[in-house]
Design a protein around this ligand. Structure first.
Ligand code: SF4
Ligand code: SF4
Length: 469
């Protein structure tokens, strides 16, 4: 029988965090710059070192921090960014998270997609060119059990529209049991993502007044259970704005450290959602909202702390903020997102049942976003190769840490972007994109790789799809 109380998030040491934050207040610009110089080696930072970057930082040191984050971002990820879309399959929820439009006390018509509706959603996403989804659902063991999520994953993989296909389904659902994680593994999920929201226990209690999610220890130990079951890739995240962001950054790194110590590999991704307006949520009741300047700083600091962990940003942020963050740490962006259930097919619907989980700030279509990405010198990527080649968990990390992954990311980005241009792009994007592909292909110095890529691009041009290294 499952005994929830046996789970204890012993790896979050609030006393250590508080002690480090105290110490951080005395960090001088010289100490901070020393830490930043070390971070430029792209080998990561210890939690103690990160803490030294959290004290008051003068404007000049802040610029040094940003230039280091930019450098590390380019060294590990190059000038490319991976795109994905969220897919909400159910907004039934038995929790009452005070910051969320789906909380139980917020009354609106709830819905869960039928498999037929899900197929239509997936077709709409495939028409937008998406290959990688993050499946999202509220927590409701009766109306949205893991069996339903498993059915969704299978259905999503089965939908093929013209040249479209979904090649990776990441799953963002509530903390589950080991048996349930085993079911998800069996169904072939990509990354299992679960946001902690806040690591600060008293704040966690306040924001999660009831429902299964109100159990801090059960929720916080979810990734450990998932990895123990054999899920290789897990994603962490904080909803910035629920408590002091400095505390959250250090506790998040304690969480990552614990996974690395126990399983030999840390989180595959870290998401950095920032609190946004949502239906029935009054932002003036949140005393820890994160201003833009601090938000930039925390993303840059995380980039330096865990250089090999992908960082994910949603459409909660405005286009200029997203562009800046992409340059200083973010490696995955959502595009053309809808945060309501069934929203892709019913774009513009006024049905209250389509209410989103939060308000979207970046409303650019994928086409508009891709043009902006290309114009800023970045290469959009729809690559899902690692997961499909079995490069997950420690196999992925060993490639990432030696830098060898770069050799694969760039050609895969070029191949998948080429597919996008041929199948979905507007004439303007095609013009901009083809030029970029040509330049970036020419820049691949390894002659063997260059030759292979040219041949693969020719095959894509001739109609072949889903080629990857
Ligand atoms: Fe439910 Fe998730 Fe919203 Fe909480 S954050 S109310 S668990 S959908
Ligand atoms: Fe991601 Fe692997 Fe593709 Fe690189 S090659 S973009 S790490 S899936």
């Amino acid at each position: 029988m499952l005994v929830r109380h046996q789970y204890r998030a012993h790896f979050i040491h609030e006393d250590e965090v508080e002690r480090l934050l105290q110490r951080a207040t005395g960090a001088t610009p010289a100490t901070m710059r020393k830490v930043i110089e070390k971070a430029r080696l792209a080998q990561g930072l210890t939690i103690d070192e990160v803490a030294l970057l959290l004290g008051t930082m003068d404007a000049a040191t802040e610029q040094v921090l940003y230039s280091a984050a930019h450098e590390v971002k380019l060294e590990i990820y190059g000038r490319r960014v991976v795109l994905f879309a969220p897919l909400y399959v159910s907004n039934h929820c038995v929790n009452n998270c005070r910051y969320c439009g789906y909380r139980q006390d917020h009354h609106f018509p709830r819905r869960r997609l039928t498999m037929e509706e899900l197929e239509e959603e997936v077709k709409a996403l495939e028409r937008m060119g998406h290959k990688r989804l993050a499946l999202e659902a509220g927590e409701d063991p009766a109306l949205c059990p893991v069996d339903f999520i498993v059915d969704c994953i299978r259905t999503i993989h089965a939908v093929k529209l013209d040249q479209g296909s979904i090649r990776r389904v990441n799953v963002n659902i509530a903390a589950a049991t080991e048996d349930e994680y085993a079911q998800l593994k069996e169904a072939g999920i990509g990354t299992y993502i679960l946001f902690q929201e806040t690591y600060h226990r008293p704040s966690y209690r306040h924001w999660h007044p009831r429902g299964p999610k109100s159990d801090y220890d059960w929720h916080t130990t979810a990734h450990h259970r998932a990895m123990r079951t054999g899920l290789d890739d897990v994603g962490l995240g904080v909803l910035f704005g629920l408590y002091d962001w400095r505390f959250e950054v250090l506790a998040l790194l304690q969480h990552a450290r614990s996974l690395e110590e126990e399983f030999g590999v840390g989180p595959h991704t870290i998401s950095v959602p920032r609190l946004r307006p949502a239906a029935g949520v009054d932002l003036s009741t949140f005393p820890h909202l994160v201003p833009d300047r601090d938000f930039r700083r925390l993303v840059a600091i995380l980039r330096l702390a865990v250089p090999y962990t992908g960082m994910i940003l949603s459409t909660r942020e405005s286009p200029p903020m997203r562009d800046w963050l992409m340059d200083h740490g973010i490696s995955q962006l959502s595009a053309g997102s809808c945060t309501g259930v069934g929203g892709y097919q019913r774009e513009g619907s006024q049905d209250p049942g389509d209410a989103g989980q939060f308000e979207v700030e970046d409303r650019r279509s994928p086409d508009q976003m891709l043009i902006a990405i290309c114009e800023s010198g970045y290469l959009p990527s729809y690559c899902t190769a690692c997961y499909r080649k079995g490069r997950t968990g420690d196999r992925f990390m060993s490639l990432a840490k030696t830098g060898a992954i770069q050799e694969l990311c760039e050609p895969n980005a070029l191949l998948t972007f080429k597919e996008y241009l041929l199948d979905y792009a507007s004439p303007k994007l095609r013009r901009v994109g083809e030029k970029l592909i040509e330049e970036r292909t020419r820049a691949i110095a390894n002659p063997r790789l260059n030759q292979m890529l040219l041949e693969a691009l020719r095959l894509v041009e001739a109609g072949k799809r889903d080629l990857y290294l």
